[in-house]
Ligand binder design. Sequence first.
Ligand code: NAD
Length: 496
Amino acid sequence: MTIVGHLINGEIRTDAERLQDVFNPATGLATKQVALATKATVEEAIEAAQAAFPAWRNTPVGKRAAVMFRFKALLEQHSDTICKMIGEEHGKIGHDAAGELQRGLENVEYACGVAELLKGEHSRNVGPGIDSWSEFQPLGVVAGITPFNFPAMVPLWMYPMAIACGNTFVLKPSERDPSSTLFIAQLLKEAGLPDGVMNVVNGDKVAVDTLLTDERVKAVSFVGSTPIAEYIYSTANANGKRCQALGGAKNHAIVMPDADMDNAVNQLLGAAFGSSGERCMALSVAVAVGDEAADALVSKLKEAMKPLKVGAYSDSSNDFGPVITRQHQEKVVGYINSAEADGATIVVDGRNPQVAGYEDGFFVGATLIDNVTTAMNSYQEEIFGPVLQVVRASSMEEAMQMINDHEYGNGTCIFTRDGEAARYFSDHIEVGMVGINVPLPVPVSYHSFGGWKRSLFGDLHAYGPDAVRFYTKRKTITQRWPSSGVREGVSFSFPS
Ligand code: NAD
């Protein structure tokens, strides 16, 4: 069976003391194995990154950007291969994988402009004959730890900008769908990146803990579930590292009585069920304001869900694919069971989908649950599956309070025709990314991505302008070149 290995100092390494199966979630069969790195293997990757840092840091910024331009072209050239790899291991349908890759690629495009972004700040004559400027220097070895649900895009949020800023990188991707991530990283060599600047170690907690505690690693970017994000953030901080750790979510959409209901239904379908709901920005709760709006929404959703098709990635007429593992399938079904047991109404039941030819796949069909209350487990916790829950609120204030009281604050959306209501919502909602009639308000690559509350630990968001700040440290220089013959007197007062 093929072993997915590591990329260390420009070489693929498949030596492994421990291996883990990688599944095709549509068939339920193990198709590959992934090497789980030992501490020593991770230390080799860190060593390679450390050794590559001085030369890469001193490589002119235009040359670093040129690597990113070539990398972008290679990603486009190999997009079919990459999407197929994503489909085979993650399960998402070809059109969805292409969307993921495109959004990742846009981060490479942003990194192509790194020379502009690193220009710094300059002030002339801040005192007699004194000039002052701030420049942004790379940190050194930076680590990234990424989740299964975007094996191409989320790593591309991190290392293109980190590397373009002059850092070297060690990436620990998800062990559940590692092939596309490793393949993409290998393209950087072809793009002209020197060996050792980009390294990939596959693995689990052993690899992560090594990255978190090794003093040569200066910063850690993490994306994954909240309990692990919290652990990563506190451990990285305790070890003196800069850290940004993005966690889980529960994204609500408020549906106002004046909304264009047909449009809201279409938007909700894609945002709730696309990628089987395995998106940190998936809309998993619709809060309908008023019973009339709720009844209309539920009946329209029920009708619109009839033609939805769940199936294998290779058939592009499918709307979404399986969930990632058997264990996760059971967990999602468990949440539907618990909502039912708690008194909610299962309007469309996806617990036993029939997918001809893929009877052993990890499928859950699109599920709609009405009369959900905030006390239910299925409401409080992240399900990360194709399940849309409807909660009924009597007013917009009540709906907003619900969102503000939730522990997560990643994304949210309001469907309305009322500009004043939309403006009030965006001003007062305690969530990091807000959509007005936009169901998945994932910021474009030149804005930054991040939630509030327990959806993000750290100060700086991912990609965009915040990434430039996260992957560099500010140095401020104050300089005077006295004219010849001018001698300064001694002064003991604070310079002013
Ligand atoms: P996960 O937290 O299980 O895993 C993420 C990474 O952490 C993986 O590389 C994994 O190997 C590692 N990891 C897992 N357990 C660990 C442990 N005990 N110690 C150290 N490292 C560990 O997340 P996942 O299931 O791969 O991804 C889904 C989650 O990610 C969801 O909660 C989703 O909301 C979240 N997510 C968030 C964002 C965001 O931007 N906020 C984006 C994508 C996914």
